[in-house]
Design a protein around this ligand. Structure first.
Ligand code: ADP
Length: 438
């Protein structure tokens, strides 16, 4: 540009100098006439090159950039460079896009790009196959009109995409699909769809195997435990020196029986694909029962408090939720030393029903918290066993909560205590009708 400025400057200066010379020799009138003619020619030339530029801009081909004269030579040469850079960048972008498309087409997972209105922008061939989409027909169509699974539509509308949703394929009932949404850019979404039928089959085999083994072990263990107790109760059947061993055998068989019962409960809950009922649970009765159970377990060693919102109820399976709540309260008592407090809270928070079980117990170190709901995960093996734990309680809680679309939140400070909170979705919350009307 500085080139253009200098060229214009020197041209203007030249014209002015010639005009001054004419003024000095021939007078001011001729000098002004000269200036007018020179400026008119200059403007005409300007208009001519602007016209050339306009023609070129209609179809800006690199081969047809006008050459230009004077300052226009610089303008067109800059345009040429700029256009060449653009074409190169465009080619690189197209190549990158093609590479990306080839890579996503090679993926076994279906990928669909949705715009901010949840309309299909693009999808790869596996997505067409798994979800029955057709990219030539379905672009700009709302995804909920194309992927018509009720579970998926609820998931899409929930805006909670941390966990994927599992659906049975409509096109092939043998196929199970896992669909996950990921938000990116400005409210766009990436839909990832995976065929998890094989993994499901393995999971079912594993569940069946554990359930069968547990079931098969239950009877012999009951028999062994029964005989041990009978022998111990029979006069002179066991010498005094061996009675200690018999006590240990009885306690170990009852521990094994507890583990087997918990394993059976877990596989029963896991293999139950039906949604829990939506009948309203009378929470006030259930919470009083829970408090009484906690008192019985504590045997006067702890203070058990109950702070409940009497107007708040919940829809779900009474038995399953009682089992989940009991697990949390039992743990609170078991992991709180004598003289401590256990508080059961039942309240509405952000339109969601929340059950809090707070204790002033031993607490849990932060690194263990994420793994507590894994089967047999224990922070302290000895303590769990001594207090009659199987290591399966929180795994059972997690599965019951999954079935009710609820989540477990754990906060804990070592030496100060823990709070286990169950947060129910709004859809499962029920306010007592009379209170609601008031
Ligand atoms: P367990 O039968 O061993 O108690 P759970 O699945 O119920 O098994 O709990 C898993 C582990 O979580 C326990 O072994 C214990 O270390 C820890 N835990 C659970 N609840 C509490 C609590 N309220 N306070 C401290 N630790 C807890």
């Amino acid at each position: 540009m500085s080139d253009i400025r200098w060229k214009t400057f020197w041209l203007g200066l030249g014209l002015l100098a010639v005009a001054l010379v004419i003024w000095a020799i021939k007078g001011i009138v001729l000098a002004l006439v000269f200036l007018c003619i020179a400026l008119s020619l200059y403007i005409a030339r300007l208009l001519y090159w602007l016209y050339q530029l306009q023609i070129w801009l209609r179809t800006p081909s690199l081969n047809e950039v006008p050459e230009g004269k004077g300052i226009w030579e610089t303008v067109f040469s800059s345009l040429f460079q700029h256009q060449r850079k653009n074409i190169r960048a465009e080619a690189e972008l197209v190549a990158a896009l093609e590479g990306f498309k080839r890579a996503t087409n090679a993926l076994p997972d279906g990928i669909v790009v949705l715009n901010h209105r949840d309309e299909v922008e693009w999808c790869n061939p596996p997505a067409e196959l798994l979800l029955g989409l057709d990219i030539s027909r379905d672009v700009n169509q709302p995804v909920q009109n194309l992927v018509r699974y009720a579970e998926f539509i609820n998931y899409l509308q929930s805006s909670q995409y941390a966990e994927p949703v599992i659906v049975k394929s409509i096109r092939n009932t043998e196929t199970t699909l896992q669909i996950q949404l990921i938000v990116f850019g400005t409210a766009q979404k990436l839909l990832i769809c995976r065929n998890i039928s094989a993994q499901e089959k393995i999971d079912t085999m594993r569940r069946d195997f554990i359930a069968n083994v547990s079931h098969e072990l239950r009877t012999p263990l009951t028999v062994v435990g029964g005989f041990l107790e009978t022998l111990l109760d029979t006069k002179d059947a066991v010498p005094d020196s061996s009675k200690g061993y018999f006590d240990m055998m009885i306690s170990q068989t009852s521990r094994m029986r507890l583990i087997i019962e918990d394993l059976l409960t877990l596989s029963r809950i896991e293999s139950n694909s039906e949604s829990p009922t939506t009948s309203v649970i009378n929470m006030s009765t259930l919470l009083t029962m829970l408090q009484n159970d906690a008192k019985a377990l504590s045997n006067g060693k702890h203070k058990i408090h109950l702070n409940a919102d009497e107007t708040l109820n919940i829809k779900g399976s009474n038995d399953e939720l009682l089992s989940a709540f009991t697990n949390l309260v039992t743990n609170a008592v078991r992991y709180t030393p004598k003289g401590g407090d256990v508080t059961i809270g039942w309240t509405l928070k952000n339109k969601q029903a929340v059950l809090n079980v707070k204790d002033s117990g031993i607490g849990i170190e932060a690194q263990h918290i994420a793994r507590l709901t894994e089967r047999f995960y224990r922070v302290d093996n000895g303590r769990s066993r001594d207090t009659g734990g199987t290591g399966l309680g929180l795994a059972i809680v997690k599965h019951i909560l999954n079935r009710h679309k609820a989540r477990l939140e754990i906060k804990s400070t070592i030496g100060e205590g823990s709070t286990f909170s169950i947060v129910f979705p709004q859809s499962r919350t029920a306010i007592k009708p009379s209170e609601e009307a008031a």
